[in-house]
Design a protein around this ligand. Structure first.
Ligand SMILES: Nc1ncnc2c1ncn2[C@@H]1O[C@H](COP(=O)(O)OP(=O)(O)OP(=O)(O)O)[C@@H](O)[C@H]1O
Ligand SMILES: [Mg+2]
Length: 114
């Protein structure tokens, strides 16, 4: 089992969702995030207060998949999130040692299969 985390442009989120769905991956968590890449943020001064406007709204997607689905999920995110411009985001993948489905009590890959 793996956890895939991807930070993508908010403007690409619908495409990413569709690309995952085309590969029968219809479950994930997402939330709005802020962050910095190598491009430095900019500060804007407005009425004496300093505002950080250097970030671009991004969405973080988190999904748990069995090992067989990792390449599919990664390919889906890359093909749908890539514009080729700096700041397209990042994908990172880690081992997931324990997953429990709250309703069924099933664990491991059984926890994420319907
Ligand atoms: N090393 C990292 N660790 C955690 N989050 C990161 C990392 N690098 C990028 N991110 C996330 O991805 C977002 C976009 O950064 P990204 O790396 O795509 O932009 P960039 O470094 O400016 O350009 P590029 O990497 O395309 O040359 C960041 O705002 C941050 O949320
Ligand atoms: Mg970067």
């Amino acid at each position: 089992m793996k956890k895939i985390e991807a930070i993508v442009r908010a403007s690409r989120f619908d495409k990413v969702k569709e690309a995952l769905s085309n590969r029968e991956i219809n479950f994930f968590t997402f939330y709005e995030v802020k962050g910095y890449g190598h491009e430095k943020g900019k500060n804007l001064s407005y009425r004496g207060a300093i505002y950080d406007v250097g970030y671009i709204a991004r969405i973080k997607i988190e999904l748990l998949v069995s090992d067989d689905y990792v390449e599919q999920a990664k390919a889906a995110v890359i093909e749908s999130a890539k514009t080729g411009e700096k700041g397209d985001g990042i994908i990172y993948i880690s081992d997931m040692t324990h997953i429990v489905n709250i309703r069924t009590g099933k664990t491991g890959s059984d926890a994420i299969n319907s």
